[in-house]
Design a protein around this ligand. Structure first.
Ligand SMILES: CC(C)(COP(=O)(O)OP(=O)(O)OC[C@H]1O[C@@H](n2cnc3c(N)ncnc32)[C@H](O)[C@@H]1OP(=O)(O)O)[C@@H](O)C(=O)NCCC(=O)NCCS
Length: 169
C-alpha cells in the first residue's frame, strides 16, 4: 500500500517518536548545535508525544504506510488562524512530495481558519524554500522557544487556506 494521509492515533506514539528523533537528529544537529539537539531529544524521551502534542485543541496528522510513519503535521485553529507545527518528513523519504501532500492534506482538514501560519528556523533554508514553494510569505521574525531553554530565531510565514486548497495537485 502507498503511504496515506490520515489523522494520528494514540497507537502511533512509538512511530511518531522514531520519526521525530530521526528527523531532529538529521536537521537540528547542524542548524542548532549538538547541545540544543541533545536537550530536545532528552525532552522527547521524557515527555513522549506530549512534547509535540500538548493536548489543547491541536490535531495531528501523518503520512503512513502499513508499517511506518513517514511524515507528520500538527495544527490548531485559533481566531481565524491555523497554526501549523511538527511538519517533519523522515530524512530517508524527503524530496518525494510527502511534505507537500501533508500540507495539502492539512489544508483540507482546516474548518474555519482563513490563513495558515508557521514558524520556520532561520537556519533551515530547505524548510524556508519548501514553504515559499507553497506560496507562504514572510510576515515577521521572532525568537521561538522550541523547548524549555532552547530558543532560536524563526521566520513567521503565512499563506491563505484558499491558496493551499487551489494549488492542490
Ligand atoms: C521541510 C520538509 C517538511 C519538506 O518535506 P519534503 O517531503 O522533503 O518536501 P517535498 O518533496 O514535498 O518538496 C516540495 C518542494 O519544496 C522544496 N524543498 C523541499 N526540500 C528542499 C530542500 N532540501 N532544499 C531545497 N528545496 C527543498 C522544493 O522546491 C521541493 O520541490 P522539488 O523537489 O520539486 O524541487 C522536510 O524536508 C523536513 O522534514 N525537513 C526537516 C525538518 C524541518 O525543517 N521541518 C519544517 C519545520 S517548520
Amino acid at each position: 500500500m502507498p503511504p496515506n494521509f490520515r489523522a494520528t492515533t494514540p497507537d502511533d506514539a512509538a512511530d511518531l517518536l522514531r520519526l521525530w528523533r530521526d528527523t531532529w537528529t538529521a536537521t537540528y544537529g547542524s542548524s542548532l548545535g549538538q547541545s540544543a539537539l541533545s536537550a530536545m531529544l532528552k525532552d522527547l524521551e521524557h515527555n513522549g508525544t506530549a512534547s509535540m502534542l500538548p493536548g489543547s485543541g491541536e490535531r495531528g496528522y501523518c503520512i503512513a504506510s502499513d508499517h511506518e510513519i513517514d511524515g507528520s503535521a500538527i495544527f490548531a485553529e485559533r481566531d481565524g488562524v491555523a497554526y501549523l507545527w511538527g511538519m517533519y518528513v523522515h530524512p530517508s523519504q524527503q524530496r518525494r512530495g510527502l511534505g507537500s501532500r501533508l500540507l495539502h492534506g492539512v489544508a483540507g482538514e482546516i474548518e474555519t481558519a482563513e490563513k495558515v501560519e508557521v514558524r520556520v528556523l532561520v537556519s533551515s533554508p530547505a524548510a524556508i524554500n519548501f514553504y515559499r514553494k507553497h506560496g507562504f510569505t514572510e510576515t515577521g521574525r521572532e525568537k521561538t522557544e522550541l523547548i524549555n531553554s532552547v530558543e532560536t530565531a524563526t521566520l513567521v510565514m503565512c499563506t491563505s487556506v484558499e491558496n493551499l486548497k487551489t494549488t492542490q495537485q
